[in-house]
Design a protein around this ligand. Sequence first.
Ligand SMILES: [Zn+2]
Length: 122
Amino acid sequence: MKPMVDREQLHKLFLSGKPLAEIAKELGSTHGAIRTLIYQERLRNPLDWPHRVNYPGKSAEQPLMMHLYECDECAITFAVEDYEEVDHSATACPICGGEESVKDKCYGRFVPTSMASQAEAM
Ligand SMILES: [Zn+2]
């Protein structure tokens, strides 16, 4: 099956904050197909497809986005909350304070349950 939706167009509409139902109508697709496309694109490029925290009816479950870093010097992994004001290029290790040894490991959504279990593990 060939993709019938122009991804550039979809991305533009997505960032404009339109409801998925309207995006689907505009692109001649269905709500479910658009949602699946966005989900797949987000897996590939999470930074290009931010979760829309103002999405009607979903404000209660605002996801917590985190960057995960690893320090070569101290062999530790630490997470930094992803706020727009945070400059992640200047992230320093909380143990040795170094920046060069810190590597961006991954980026993703932390769900409260896994955070709780991580806290217990520490
Ligand atoms: Zn370190």
